[in-house]
Design a protein around this ligand. Structure first.
Ligand code: PAF
Length: 281
């Protein structure tokens, strides 16, 4: 495994490897089992696996969140090596955003402006879209791997890849969960044991909606109310519980076909997101 810090070195490392598929797993480090799942999928599908580590400042809407974001490069490199990564691209901010940087990739419409876009502000998905575009153009992978937990991020990236004609296939891996059902996230390390126990109301609420929808309830408000009750019973007041079209992120007037149920909530000071897909089977 080699570690490169510049796009020039990344391209040089990949120059002779392009005759067989290259997979890219973009990360912000603080790797956990969820990232390992993406790396294993990439290892299975590709001759060369590239993983990027870059805590992208432009996608953080709160300076405190950026400052508190866990950084653990040594442990991340050990995990990458163990999962068979070939090349780690770990640039610094000046490499990604050199002096004079003045370009933003901005996806417009409900996909980027509702839910996470509304709660975290316009700049969040602009930051994600810009850095992912740069990572894709830097590595020019055949496949790029993302987790389904960040469903809206995936929809934004899908849109920009299609609109800009970037030649990559997006591979979306199922949300990785701990045994108790909590979606794995680098932010989970910030939960106290009491907060972690309360956070389990989030996957429980999603399951509640899934079960209620399976009984034939099609009114999104009725399903939302079930989730709200489960969250509130654990003292969680969510930022949103939304039932949306997974492609457009427009709210659904009635639950039929495939619907994405998405929740964002703060548990203590930690902001968590999770989602599930119902219907369409
Ligand atoms: O999902 C993440 O970790 C980040 O948003 C990504 C895709 C690496 C871009 O910074």
């Amino acid at each position: 495994m080699i570690v490169v810090r510049t796009v020039a070195d990344l391209r040089e490392a990949l120059r002779d490897r392009r005759t067989a598929p290259v997979g890219l797993v973009p990360t912000m480090g603080a790797l956990h089992e969820g990232h390992a799942t993406l790396l294993r999928a990439a290892r299975r599908d590709n001759a060369t696996v590239v993983m990027s580590i870059f805590v992208n400042p432009t996608q953080f809407n709160e300076q405190s969140d950026l400052a508190a974001y866990p950084r653990s490069e040594e442990a991340d490199l050990a995990l990458a090596e163990a999962e068979g990564v070939d090349v780690v691209f770990a640039p610094d901010a000046a490499e990604v955003y050199p002096q004079g940087f003045a370009t933003t990739v901005s996806v417009t419409g409900a996909i980027a402006e509702t839910l996470e876009g509304a709660e975290r502000g316009r700049a969040h998905f602009d930051g994600v879209a810009t850095v992912v575009t740069k990572l894709l153009l830097g590595a020019l992978p055949d496949h790029a791997y993302f987790g389904a937990k960040d469903a809206q991020q995936v929809a934004v990236i899908r849109r920009l890849v299609a609109d800009l004609g970037i030649p990559v296939t997006l591979m979306v891996c199922p949300t990785s969960r701990d045994d108790d059902g909590l979606a794995r996230s680098s932010r989970n390390t910030r939960l106290s044991p009491e907060e972690r126990a309360r956070a389990l109301a989030i996957p429980r609420a999603l399951q509640e909606v899934t079960d209620a929808a399976a009984t034939g309830i099609t009114d999104p408000e009725a399903l939302r109310a079930r989730a709200m009750a489960t969250l509130e019973a654990s003292g969680i007041r969510p930022e949103y519980v939304a039932l949306v079209d997974p492609a457009t992120f427009a709210p659904v007037p009635v639950v039929e076909g495939v619907v994405l149920v998405a929740i964002a909530a703060r548990v203590g000071a930690t902001r968590l997101i999770d989602n599930t897909v119902i219907g369409g089977a």
